[in-house]
Structure formats: structure tokens, C-alpha cells
Design a binder for this molecule. Structure first.
Ligand code: GCV
Length: 680
């Protein structure tokens, strides 16, 4: 009997040890070890404030900080225009975090823990931080039935059917992770919004989430369906200029604020991809946005009005948002922000910046990035997105001399509040994002929203140190790999400015031949690549759609001339002959072939690099990333073969002899039909 007990105890011990060691990615970059009672006895966390956010800051330090005493201090003289900022100083053996508000203290606390986790030296600290944007926001495209549009990490985190009674522990973990990187606002539901989210029972559920997020400094927003007054309120229509409609929204806003006093406001996708909007009644986007803004204004709420609009007309899709919105400059109320996707089409692996940025000087503008990898291999491909985010933020629009980058325009304009949004890549998977490295995109988005000046490389290093280990033997090669990964995906999917040649609907995998008879041309790959016997690419110069004219000088001239157009955007702006000589002296066709091969080679290089790090991290995450890299390597070959074999039917040119030969038949690739659901 004694033996059996001993055996069970040992077994439990082993199991427990294994569980404690398990690294399933669920801890994200917050793999802090809790302090022991004896460690805690050697240091004091002093926080005289009792509000929920300051208490969270103190509790984080209490639980995880092991390097001496910390004082949290609110500074009454803190500049009002720098909310959320903080200063960290070493004063003797003590560390002092001072801030103008409690959220500043919270961000300061997470900064200290970040330094500790990275093994940084703690003496002589004097760090001052303030955020680039006031609103650092995640947009969830989560549906009320638990599916996530363009989500690749399982079902929605929000268990609408269980709320408000049952509270998943992950709600708090999610809020904590966001707070640790400075994210302070979340839109809970899909922009293709169900009107039901505004029904009283759903608002109770939303309130419950808002209450959980509040101690982490996070405010809740909702996507709304513009037809809600008719669909939910039984009004005859939802015409924004009808007083009864405006009244319905006012009452709804009042109802929401009674439940959630710090509610952020509404995100609106209107007259876009079949969603209802003010144009259904002959009204403008400004009419619609201002009507909602009036309902929210008494509560200091905001309207985030999306500029993602396009219709199947003869006009180039890339030009349409600009054409629709620029004439409305100056007509939006000051609590409306125009939320603009980074590029003029739709979150492609590479796009030039959206020409709307800087083209509406009297309108508040914000950038929307996509963190979820709809067009970047879902959660199968390792693609680190900080370089993509930075490319847009740093792009010079020439609309104002100094502050004319996209970052500058969105930070300093006629704003009441500056803001930035990323479409979340989070789901109920244990590792939150489907791919361990997709966590880095959530992380980098938050950190860049905090400080657009941070570099892709430093963020990769920070994230790796905390998520895997600060060992330079791991951090050095993997940070390089991460930074290269965005260029790799461009190479094996859509080099030289090619775009939107994805398989229909689900957008995973290549389908440059895609054509659905009678389908919308602007949803067909041929619309974008225009391959023919002469060449390939979309002529957006003066001889074509003239989209270049939407950019300011000198960009319109630079993009408009084939000789001066940056090669990374060449086929975005030009229809280029196959034999056109590129800067390296080779033909366009050869350059395409080399780029696709380079993408394949880069992913194979990532595999080799990854395998060389075996033993430097836990087995579970090592193996999971290793098998995802295998998929990525196979997919890269699939992309290369599909695109080159298909485009070769037009170019009629050989793949350069020095390059690897295709391993697929074009006909065989054309038969691939993936059963991937797209949840609308
Ligand atoms: C939420 C793209 C996506 C859609 C998405 C839309 C948008 O078209 O494919 O799934 O809808 O963008 O941003 O509104």
C-alpha cells in the first residue's frame, strides 16, 4: 500500500513538473516568474492610491518585481497633454515611477517588468515615456456566433452565450497582455456588425467585459450596424437626417453610457462591401458620421468612420476612397475620426501608403493595420509585421513639410484625440494567435502604437527576449530572421508591386488565373495583375487610371515614371513589358523569377536557422514552429510555381537556367480547392 502511495506521489510530482515546464505559448511575453514570499520580504512596493488602475500597477509589481523597493507617485504638475506618460528613476536603492494619471503608473510598472525580464541593468535609471497616440486600439472582427472573420486562432475569445454570468479567466489575461504593451481601447465586434450587439441583453454582456478591462486602463468600443434603428428599433428606415433616427441613436448612446460610463464610441463600416450606410438614403458619409457623433458628444464618445469603400465601377478600386472622402474634408464633426487602411486596396503584403493620408487637412485621420494575417499565410506563415507597419508610418506624404509622414499626420492634425487601430489576430487558441510568432505582431503593434519611433529590430529583440529567452545566441539570429520575414513573404507571394492575386474568398494561396464568370471584376486577380502578351501590372499612370495623381509631388512624378518608380511598387503603378530592363540589367521576367525563388530560399533559410536553435528553448514551441515552417516552405514553392507557370503562359520566356525548376504542373495547381471557410 505504502509503495502505491509513494508511486502515485512520484507520478503526480513528475506530471506537475512537466505541466509547470510546459510552454504552450499561453503566457505570451509575460513569462514573469512570481516572487516568492522570501523575495517579497526584501522589498516594498509603495502605492498610496486605491483606484483600480493604480492598484493593478501595484499588484503587478507586488507579484513579479524582485529588484528592490518601488514607489508609485502621481505628479500633480504632470503636463495635461501627456496623459499615460511616465518617468522611471533610480533614487538610491529605490525606483520611483511617477506619472500624471494611474494608467501612466501602470505602463511604468510594465516597463520595469519588461526590463527585468530582459535582464537589463537597473542602476541609474532615468526613463521618460509618452505615447505617440492617445488611443491605441485593437479591432476584433468577432461575430456574435463565436466565429471570427479572418481569424486564424480558433473561435472568438468572447463567449457571448455565457456572458454575463460566466467569466472566462482569459478576459483578464487578455486585458493584462494589452495593458503590458500600452493598448488602451478595444472594439469587441466585427465591423460587419450584427445590430444585436446594441440590444439590451448584449449590452449587459459588453458592460461585463468593460468592467473587467477597466482596471487595465482599457476602454470598450462597439462596431455598429448603420441600419440598427430599422432592424432593432423597428423604425421605418435608418435615414440619418430623420430626427426620429437621430433620436434613436441618442437614446441608445444614453443607454450605453448608463451601463458603461467610459464607453469609447462607435466604429462604423458604412456603404462598404454590402453594409448599410447613409448613402442608402442619398446622404453622405459626413451626414451619417455626424449624426452618430451628435449622439455620442454629450458623453465625450467618438465615431471611428472607416474609409474602406469601393464599388464595382469602371474606376480603379485604388482611387475610390480618395474620390469619395476628399470632397468631404471639413464636413466631419470634431469627434469623428476617419479610420483609413494603410494602403489603398486591402492589407496586401506590400502596398504604397493610402493617398488619403494628408489629403484631408481639416479631418482627423487614423491608420488601420491588419494584425491578423488574412493576406499573409494565416497563422501558418511566420511573418513579422513591424517592418510593414513602419513602412506606412514612416512614409512621407509631402502634405506638410516636417510632420508629413503618415505617423506625423495621424498624430498631429485637427484631432480631438489621436488614434491608431490594428485588426486583432487573437482567438481562443491556447497560444492566442495560432502561430507562436504571430504573438510578435500583436506585441509590435501595441509597442509601435505607443512609440512609432521604435525600430522593427529592437522590438523583435525585446519580444524574443521575453517570449523565449534573452540568450543572444537565440535573440541575434531570430531577430534577423523576423525582420527578413516580411520581405520573404513579399518575394514568394507578390514581388515587385504585384497585389491581390489570391485565391477567391479565403485568400490563402495563389490563384492568379482566378476568374468567376459574372463575378465582380474588382474581386478577380486579373483585374490587378493585367498579365497579357505584352507585359504585366496595373497602369495607374496618366495613360491608365491615373491613381498616381492622388499622390503629392514629388511622389506622383516619381511613381508615374517607369524609370523612377521604386521597383517594389513597379507593377502596382505600371504595366511593364516582360523584356523591360530593370535596374540590375535583367529583364522584368527574369527579375520576377529570381524574386519568387529568393522567397523560397529565404523560407528554407528560416527552417535551417530554426533547427539550429534546438535545445535553446522548450520542446513544445520549438516543434510547433518547426512544423509551421514546413508548411510555409511548401506554400512558398506552391506560390512560386503557380505564379511563374501561369505568368509564363503570357511572357513565353524561360525560367533562367540558374534557378530551381518548378515541381508542379500548372493544371494540377489550378485544381486545388481549399475548404477554408470565410466567415462574414
Ligand atoms: C471585415 C476585406 C476582408 C473582409 C473585411 C473587409 C473590411 O475585404 O476580406 O473580410 O471585412 O476587408 O476591412 O471591412
Amino acid at each position: 500500500m505504502g509503495n502505491i502511495v509513494w508511486y502515485i506521489v512520484c507520478l503526480l510530482g513528475i506530471l506537475c513538473h512537466q505541466l509547470c515546464q510546459a510552454e504552450d505559448g499561453s503566457q505570451l511575453w509575460l513569462r514573469y516568474a512570481r516572487v516568492t514570499a522570501s523575495e517579497a520580504a526584501f522589498r516594498k512596493i509603495h502605492c498610496p492610491y486605491r483606484d483600480a488602475v493604480a492598484s493593478t500597477a501595484a499588484a503587478e509589481l507586488q507579484d513579479y518585481w524582485r529588484r528592490g523597493d518601488v514607489d508609485l507617485q502621481l505628479d500633480k504638475k504632470w503636463p495635461k497633454w501627456q496623459p499615460d506618460g511616465y518617468r522611471i528613476r533610480s533614487l538610491g536603492s529605490k525606483t520611483v515611477i511617477s506619472a500624471g494619471n494611474s494608467t501612466g503608473l501602470l505602463y511604468g510598472a510594465f516597463h520595469l517588468l519588461r526590463l527585468q525580464q530582459q535582464g537589463a541593468a537597473m542602476q541609474g535609471l532615468d526613463i521618460s515615456e509618452k505615447p505617440s497616440y492617445a488611443l491605441r486600439m485593437l479591432n476584433h472582427w468577432d461575430n456574435l456566433d463565436g466565429t471570427v472573420e479572418r481569424g486564424y486562432a480558433g473561435h472568438s475569445l468572447w463567449k457571448w452565450e455565457e456572458l454575463p454570468g460566466v467569466i472566462s479567466p482569459r478576459y483578464r489575461e487578455y486585458a493584462r497582455a494589452n495593458a503590458s504593451i500600452g493598448i488602451n481601447a478595444v472594439v469587441l465586434n466585427n465591423v460587419n456588425a450584427s445590430p444585436l450587439i446594441l440590444r439590451a441583453d448584449y449590452l449587459e454582456k459588453v458592460k461585463t467585459l468593460a468592467d473587467i478591462f477597466r482596471p487595465y486602463g482599457i476602454r470598450v468600443f462597439l462596431s455598429i450596424n448603420f441600419s440598427a434603428p430599422a432592424l432593432l428599433g423597428n423604425l421605418p428606415d435608418s435615414d440619418p437626417l430623420r430626427p426620429v433616427v437621430a433620436g434613436w441613436w441618442k437614446d441608445k448612446a444614453d443607454e450605453i453610457y448608463r451601463l458603461i460610463p467610459d464607453f469609447g464610441g462607435f466604429l462604423v463600416k458604412a456603404n462598404s462591401e454590402g453594409q448599410p450606410g447613409p448613402q442608402d438614403y442619398g446622404r453622405t458619409h459626413a451626414d451619417g458620421a455626424n449624426m452618430l457623433a451628435a449622439a455620442l458628444r454629450p458623453h465625450r464618445g467618438l465615431v471611428l468612420w472607416r474609409a474602406f469603400v469601393y464599388n464595382p465601377t469602371a474606376e480603379d478600386r485604388a482611387k475610390q476612397a480618395y474620390q469619395e472622402f476628399v470632397p468631404l474634408d471639413g464636413q466631419f464633426d470634431d469627434n469623428v475620426i476617419l479610420q483609413i487602411k494603410n494602403g489603398p486596396i486591402d492589407f496586401q503584403p506590400r502596398e504604397p501608403f493610402n493617398p488619403l493620408f494628408g489629403a484631408m487637412p481639416k479631418t482627423s485621420q487614423m491608420v488601420e493595420f491588419q494584425i491578423t494575417q488574412e493576406y499573409l499565410g494565416f497563422s501558418n506563415h511566420l511573418v513579422y509585421l513591424a517592418p510593414l507597419f513602419k513602412e506606412t508610418l514612416d512614409a512621407q506624404t509631402y502634405s506638410r513639410s516636417e510632420a508629413g509622414t503618415v505617423a506625423g499626420i495621424t498624430q498631429r492634425g485637427p484631432h480631438l484625440v489621436s488614434a491608431i487601430a490594428g485588426v486583432a489576430n487573437i482567438g481562443e487558441d491556447r497560444n492566442w494567435c495560432g502561430h507562436h510568432f504571430a504573438q510578435a505582431n500583436w506585441y509590435a503593434f501595441g509597442r509601435l502604437a505607443w512609440n512609432t519611433g521604435l525600430s522593427s529590430n529592437s522590438l523583435a529583440r525585446e519580444w524574443l527576449s521575453m517570449t523565449f529567452s534573452p540568450d543572444p545566441a537565440l535573440v541575434n539570429p531570430l531577430s534577423e530572421l523576423m525582420v527578413e520575414s516580411r520581405e520573404a513573404v513579399v518575394n514568394y507571394m507578390m514581388p515587385l508591386g504585384l497585389h491581390h492575386i489570391f485565391a477567391f474568398e479565403h485568400h490563402y494561396g495563389p490563384e492568379p488565373w482566378g476568374d468567376i464568370p459574372g463575378g465582380r471584376p474588382d474581386w478577380m486577380p486579373w483585374y490587378y495583375h493585367n498579365a497579357d502578351l505584352l507585359g504585366i501590372g496595373f497602369d495607374r499612370t496618366a495613360t491608365g487610371s491615373n491613381a498616381v495623381a492622388q499622390y503629392r509631388s514629388p511622389l506622383r512624378e516619381q511613381f508615374g515614371q517607369i524609370g523612377s518608380c521604386p521597383e517594389q511598387y513597379l507593377l502596382w503603378f505600371h504595366h511593364v513589358p516582360w523584356k523591360h530592363r530593370m535596374k540590375n540589367g535583367r529583364s522584368l521576367w527574369d527579375n520576377l523569377c529570381y524574386a519568387y525563388q529568393q522567397g523560397v530560399d529565404q523560407v528554407r533559410g528560416f527552417q535551417r536557422q530554426w533547427d539550429s536553435l534546438e535545445g535553446k528553448m522548450d520542446t513544445q514551441r520549438f516543434q510547433e514552429v518547426q512544423s509551421k515552417l514546413k508548411i510555409q516552405a511548401r506554400d512558398a514553392v506552391w506560390w512560386r510555381d503557380a505564379c511563374l507557370l501561369y505568368f509564363q503562359t503570357f511572357s513565353k520566356m524561360p525560367i533562367p537556367a540558374a534557378l530551381e525548376r518548378p515541381v508542379h504542373e500548372l493544371d494540377e495547381l489550378k485544381k486545388i480547392r481549399l475548404d477554408l471557410k470565410h466567415h462574414n
